[in-house]
Design a binder for this molecule. Structure first.
Ligand code: ADP
Ligand code: MG
Length: 400
């Protein structure tokens, strides 16, 4: 990575202004139900505390409050969980302000060892407009800006991108790790390099597939998007989810894969159901034999075997997009089997990377997240990296 990181800063006497991604899921009562993203930011915050930063100011968005103060999206419950996870912070404070005199006074009052959490940056309508005035106001709260919010780095907002133009700006450890794993894998891949692409829609993943076609040895397609490819190959897919508008795109990608000498594999069998429901009737059939009125909701056992064999031979595996409707237990098996094959690949030394909100949820649900080389904390951001895009929150940081 060619960006400066928190290791390149002499922290003593400097106040750190850190963008984290504390956009965590909560239950009705506001309790944090998954603190993965908070935990992921701890190494950076710990480093800043240990290296004598003159206080740490944290900023994050939470949910979609649409530019208005909405108590439902207050950072308060998040701060409480954060403090439980970082007991070595002497004190964790929280202000109702985001910018302005109250925020500036709270920031000025910090000392080494003390962390201050600002209120939800999206309470300010200027955040998502990347308003330079808001960015300048935020910049008054610290001496050095640290971006550790990988999950928000694909959005040019005042607290992710704008503020970096007003302060020395460096990457935190989480951002660095995500870029090194995903960016590094794509720039300098080990071979055989196998990617598995699934999920609901082909239209969401065209950019990813196009970018990967120049790099991978094999591309394994699953999930709802495989149906459009199957249809493009002349198969009948019954009532399966398809995107008729993307048929041309699918044909084009098949041709491009052939031209690039990439093996593009499609499912050979499927688990089909007579309704989109967990208690539908199900059957396993060849993809040549999907009856009318039925729909493909998962890959079948032959496909699992075929894809697992590919993964077993790979040195680098990147996976985005579930193989089936994993949210319903009867259709979670294909996704789980791929996660298992990846876990085994990691064990024998291959690099295994999972990106994408639902894919990560599926791997966690399968209890296999720990077995992967890297599980990305950013759904949209990891997809944009896989598409070969430069993330605005990264581009704005200082070069090494
Ligand atoms: P990610 O968030 O990992 O990028 P996507 O959002 O692209 O993944 O896709 C996830 C969704 O795809 C899940 O909600 C899953 O139910 C759906 N899906 C997977 N296979 C099918 C299928 N055969 N039919 C309909 N939906 C599917
Ligand atoms: Mg998704």
């Amino acid at each position: 990575m060619n960006k400066k990181t928190i290791r390149d800063v002499e922290w003593a006497g400097k106040r750190a202004l850190v963008r984290v991604d504390f956009n965590v899921p909560q239950d009705e009562a506001g309790n944090v139900t998954d603190d993965t993203r908070i935990r992921a930011a701890l190494p950076t915050i710990r480093y800043l505390l240990d290296h004598g930063a003159n206080g740490v100011v944290l900023m994050s968005h939470l949910g979609r409050p649409k530019g208005k103060v909405d108590p439902k999206y207050s950072m308060r419950p998040v701060v409480e969980r954060f403090f439980e996870l970082l007991p070595e912070a002497q004190e964790v404070r929280k202000t109702e302000a985001i910018t302005g005199p109250a925020a500036e006074a709270a920031a000025a009052d910090l000392k080494p060892g003390i962390v201050l959490m600002l209120e939800n940056t999206r309470f300010d309508p200027r955040e998502e407009k990347n308003d330079p005035e808001m960015a300048a106001e935020l910049a008054r709260l610290g001496d050095v800006f640290v971006n550790d919010a990988f999950g928000a780095a694909h959005r040019a907002n005042a607290s992710t991108e704008g503020v970096a133009h007003f302060l020395p700006a460096v990457a935190g450890f989480l951002l660095e790790k995500e870029l090194e794993f995903i960016g590094g894998a794509l720039e300098n891949p080990k071979h055989p390099f196998v990617t598995i692409i699934g999920g609901a829609k082909i239209s969401d993943k065209i950019g990813v597939i196009e970018n990967l076609l120049g790099k991978v040895d094999a591309l394994l397609i699953g999930g709802g998007m495989a149906n459009t490819f199957l249809l493009a190959e002349g198969k009948a897919v019954g009532d399966s989810l398809v995107e008729p508008d993307s048929l041309e795109v699918a044909r084009d990608l098949i041709a491009k894969a052939r031209a690039a000498n990439v093996r593009l594999l499609l499912p050979v069998d499927a688990l089909i159901a007579d309704a989109f429901s967990a208690d539908a009737q199900t059957r396993t059939v060849s993809v040549d034999a999907v009856p009318e009125g039925w729909r493909i909701l998962d890959i079948g056992p032959e496909t699992v075997k075929l894809y697992s064999d590919e993964i077993a031979r790979a040195q680098l595996v990147i996976w985005n997009g579930p193989m089936g409707v994993f949210e319903m237990e009867p259709f979670a098996g294909g996704t789980r089997a791929i996660a298992q094959a990846m876990a085994e690949a990691s064990e024998r030394g291959a690099t295994t990377i999972v990106g994408g909100g639902d894919s990560v949820a599926a791997v966690e649900q399968a209890g296999l997240a720990e077995k992967m080389s890297h599980v990305s904390t950013g759904g949209g951001a990891s997809l944009e990296l896989l598409e070969g895009k430069v993330l605005p929150g990264v581009a704005a940081l200082q070069d090494k």
